[in-house]
Design a binder for this molecule. Structure first.
Ligand code: NAD
Length: 297
């Protein structure tokens, strides 16, 4: 790897090891192991891969997990009932609802039915609200994982100009909130861009820190960034590649070569942000288990 490449796989491994030790300590004090309940709806192969990666990681760190696959014909009422059961099951600490959902199920409606104390993805409005006003919360795993990368690579955010491209509820928006809070991992002057942003380059070119979470290969090119920028590429896009075993390969939202030439640090795809998301989910699940015994407020 070039010396400006952020090794998310390595940092996620360190984090998982820490969680593993914390879980051991938690269990050695007489507590049962934390447990994650994963919910998958339908047969989307990418979603299945993600859920498998998450349950495998659970096993590695000593967190129990169970996954259930519901048919994509499931009604909102049935899904809410199933979630209600997991909410009231004291043996479950965290509930993971794998997105995207089939078209007839609206994520916000479903997410609101998850007990916010078990919302280890940090998507529930209660947790997003708490994040926004700086109260204890479950932070969305992908942006929280990005802050861990900054910590590991000593990327200072204070006073920096941060630009986030993509404003989804799960990545871009919470990332912008975290970077703009006046706390230890924030204090950046933050701009949030989206598909309605006019002249994207006018914003990206000024970024000291650029986080891109759009889902559009090569959206960001070297010409759009300044020398020395720290680039976090969240995008995961499948592009056809006849030389690859599966007939496709994964790329991010940045034209990697031209952006990496100017970046002081950059995440690769794969091996950058993805593993951090999974590691943060482990951390949040342990936190949920601890908070179920020692609630904060
Ligand atoms: P989304 O698909 O819900 O929304 C995309 C966002 O990008 C929107 O805010 C939209 O306005 C913006 N956008 C679209 N076209 C744009 C353009 N031309 N210029 C500027 N903004 C534009 O977003 P998401 O769910 O956050 O996913 C984004 C990408 O990140 C996807 O590729 C997804 O697979 C990936 N992702 C990766 C991880 C990980 O752990 N690595 C986690 C979540 C999502």
């Amino acid at each position: 790897m070039g010396n400006n490449i952020i090794d998310g796989k390595k940092v996620a491994g360190i984090l998982r090891q820490q969680v593993k030790e914390d879980v051991q300590e938690w269990v050695s004090r007489g507590n049962r192991p934390p447990k994650l309940q994963a919910i998958l709806i339908g047969n989307d192969p990418a979603s299945k891969t993600y859920v498998n990666a998450k349950t495998r990681a659970c096993e590695e760190v000593g967190i129990e997990s169970e996954s259930v696959i519901f048919p994509d014909t499931m009604s909102i009422k049935e899904l809410k009932e199933a979630i209600g059961k997991y909410n009231s099951d004291d043996s479950i600490d965290g509930i993971l609802l794998q997105l995207p959902l089939p078209g007839h199920l609206h994520p916000s409606q479903v997410i609101e039915t998850i007990d916010h104390r078990k919302d280890v993805d940090g998507f529930h409005p209660m947790n997003v609200g708490r994040l926004t006003v700086g109260q204890p919360t479950f932070r969305s795993c992908t942006p929280a994982g990005i802050l861990e990368l900054f910590r590991y690579y000593s990327v200072m955010t204070k006073g920096k100009r941060a630009v986030v491209v993509g404003a989804s509820n799960i990545v871009g928006s919470p990332m912008a909130i975290m970077l703009s809070r006046e706390n230890e991992s924030g204090k950046a002057t933050t701009t949030l861009c989206h598909k309605y942003t006019r002249d994207l380059t006018q914003h990206t070119i000024q970024a000291d820190i650029l986080v891109v979470a759009v889902g559009s290969p090569k959206l960001i090119t070297g010409q759009m960034v300044k020398e020395g920028v720290v680039v976090i590429d969240v995008g995961i896009n499948r592009v056809a590649d006849s030389t690859a075993e599966k007939g496709y390969r994964l790329v991010g939202d940045c034209d990697f070569d031209s952006v990496a030439e100017k970046a002081s640090l950059i995440t690769p795809v794969p091996g950058g942000v993805g593993p951090m998301t999974v590691a943060m989910l482990m951390k949040n699940t342990l936190l949920a288990a601890k908070r179920s015994i020692y609630p904060q407020d």
